[in-house]
Design a protein around this ligand. Structure first.
Ligand SMILES: [Zn+2]
Length: 422
């Protein structure tokens, strides 16, 4: 039986606080857009007309409303499962089969993962084939979508086995010190994944080839040489087979480090703009942003593992949610559920760090190519193509945005360019 006590009340209060904060931020963001969304920011006047602006507004409102609905449904299901006594019943069934604790744990989280994945399918279908189609982004087919689903499911199963079998084994064999060893182990797996992702996982979904345009490749080579990088790490990806959204990113570790340019970006931007976008990504590379972000995450994770360890040894946690036995896998799940709203309130810290790195990478562009004019131009074009929100609410930005808001960022780049003496 679920016990209504101080722990449950505290959890529900925190859970509600997170849900209301999320809802309030989305509402404020949409309200802000409704009030200011009819004005094209000064810096965008040459690129964006009234009709595009209206489409940007509609797309932002529609996609953020849909996202809110999905989160609301997720929250409702989580509470229903937690308070409805489903989990104690489920773990009771698993325990009646007398499996080794490691396999019992794998079965428990494996089935929960499968259910959550199935629940996500209708949302993914609607977002891909209704919203993204309506605004002319989605180019995928149902067949490709299904293949992606099967592949990502297979990858998840392999990764979960790789992560959780050793994890449950550590809990079983090192009941006092597992949290520290697990922290080291998970950090190692994360490093391994950052290294492997561009080599093994990303190629399962897309083709990565050297940039095809000869003249552009020459310029890329020259710039990479100037920055002291190997140009073998610069790729073009066939992202356009799924969506018209355009982008570029930096990923990898050691020899697998690479910058990836979407074919959609290459098709719609001038060489000067592409070089500027690339210079920004080279900035992330040279300034070691991936590793710095990982280090910050590991510091938080260290505290997180210790808290989870302490929570898992606390009988009241189990009793509150209707469990009669202290099983590691149920303890792990309950600790994760309990920490979920707390982790949500850490979102602004990660976002602020990421925005700082974005500014650093923008500054790097000026040093490498002597001008930020073309980056500003590329960002304007990207904003238009991706129907970005040009009027986000400042609180929403502070909480969620991994990049500075576009109007602010473009203005800053233009100011940097005009005050820079080559
Ligand atoms: Zn960036």
């Amino acid at each position: 039986m679920i016990q209504f006590n101080a722990l449950l009340a505290g959890f529900l209060a925190l859970f509600a606080a997170a849900a209301f904060t999320r809802y309030g931020l989305t509402r404020a963001n949409i309200g802000h857009l409704r009030r200011h969304g009819h004005l094209v920011p000064q810096a965008f006047r040459d690129e964006i007309d009234g009709e595009t602006l209206a489409r940007m507004r509609d797309y932002t409102v529609e996609s953020s409303r849909f996202q809110s609905l999905e989160t609301l449904v997720d929250d409702a299901i989580l509470l229903a499962v937690l308070l409805g006594g489903v989990l104690p019943w489920f773990s009771g069934r698993i325990e009646s089969w007398h499996l080794h604790p490691v396999w019992a744990g794998m079965l428990f989280i494996g089935i929960l993962y499968l259910v959550s994945m199935l629940l996500e399918i209708p949302f993914s279908l609607y977002s891909t084939f209704v919203i993204e189609k309506r605004y002319g982004f989605s180019t995928t087919t149902l067949q490709l979508w299904l293949i992606d689903l099967v592949k990502s499911f297979a990858v998840s199963v392999i990764l979960m086995a790789l992560l959780f079998i050793p994890f449950f084994a550590l809990i079983h064999f090192l009941p006092q010190t597992w949290w520290f060893v697990a922290w080291v182990f998970v950090a190692f797996i994360q490093l391994l994944m950052i290294w492997l992702y561009p080599l093994v996982i990303a190629p399962l979904f897309n083709k990565f080839i050297p940039v095809q345009d000869e003249a552009l490749r020459e310029r890329i080579l020259a710039m990479a040489r100037k920055a002291g990088l190997l140009a073998e790490g610069i790729f073009e990806v066939d992202a356009g087979k799924r969506s018209r959204h355009s982008n570029a990113y930096f990923t990898g570790l050691g020899k697998s480090k690479r910058i990836v340019l979407f074919d959609t970006l290459l098709a719609t931007h001038s060489h000067d703009e592409i070089i500027a976008v690339l210079a920004h990504e080279i900035g992330h590379w040279k300034l070691h942003h991936v590793m710095k972000q990982l280090a910050a995450m590991e510091a938080v994770a260290f505290a997180g593992f210790y808290v989870v360890y302490r929570l898992m040894g606390w009988p009241q946690l189990y009793e509150t949610f209707g469990f009669t036995e202290l099983l590691p896998y149920t303890g792990l799940l309950l600790a994760a559920v309990l920490l979920k709203p707390l982790v949500f309130f850490l979102t602004p810290l990660g976002a602020a760090l990421s925005r700082r790195y974005e500014k650093e990478a923008d500054n790097y562009v000026l040093g490498l190519i002597g001008s930020t004019r073309f980056l500003a131009q590329a960002l304007k074009r990207l904003a238009k193509e991706n129907l970005a929100n040009l009027h986000p609410h400042p609180a929403y930005v502070a909480f969620y945005y991994s990049h500075p808001p576009l109007a602010e960022r473009v203005e800053r780049l233009q100011k940097m360019d005009s005050t820079h003496q080559p």
